[in-house]
Design a protein around this ligand. Structure first.
Ligand SMILES: [Zn+2]
Length: 144
């Protein structure tokens, strides 16, 4: 999104929450969020209005974006040409899990070391009904 588009949305956020986002914060936010296209950003901010009583932190906005799925994220965000994950940010791996007496081979996903993707962390979900201990491991954690 363009800087003007971003500024317009942040101004609305400020009015809605009656709280100022400082110039310094704006710079940091824009640095982190500029790869989102404006429709995606507006959608994320719409979720903010519905779920936050107070002006959210950048981390909250990034989390909402991550939890809304990646289908709408602009291709630009996928500029990286990581060979390990082919730019998807995910690596799948198979692991055998004991299910009673039988071993079942499951496929899991891990976050590639290129960090193209933010990992899912179930305990950080805003809506406590959906919180869990589930998270997506980093590739290094599972030894791949
Ligand atoms: Zn990668």
């Amino acid at each position: 999104m363009k800087l003007e588009e971003f500024v317009e949305e942040v101004d609305k956020l400020e009015r809605f929450y009656q709280k100022e986002v400082t110039e310094e914060q704006r710079k940091i936010w824009y640095g982190e969020l500029r790869n989102l296209d404006i429709s995606r950003f507006r959608y994320v901010i719409g979720q903010v209005y519905r779920t936050f009583k107070f002006l959210p932190k950048l981390a909250d906005i990034l989390e909402i974006n991550a939890n809304l799925g990646y289908s709408q994220v602009k291709k630009e965000a996928n500029k990286n040409n990581c060979k390990r994950c082919n730019g998807t940010g995910y690596i799948t791996y198979k692991k055998t899990i004991k299910n009673g007496t039988t071993d079942v081979l499951y496929e899991f996903g891990a976050i590639c070391s290129c960090r193209q993707k933010t990992r899912y962390e179930g305990w950080k979900i805003t809506d406590e009904r959906y919180r869990s201990n589930y998270y997506t491991p980093f590739a290094e954690e599972v030894g791949i």
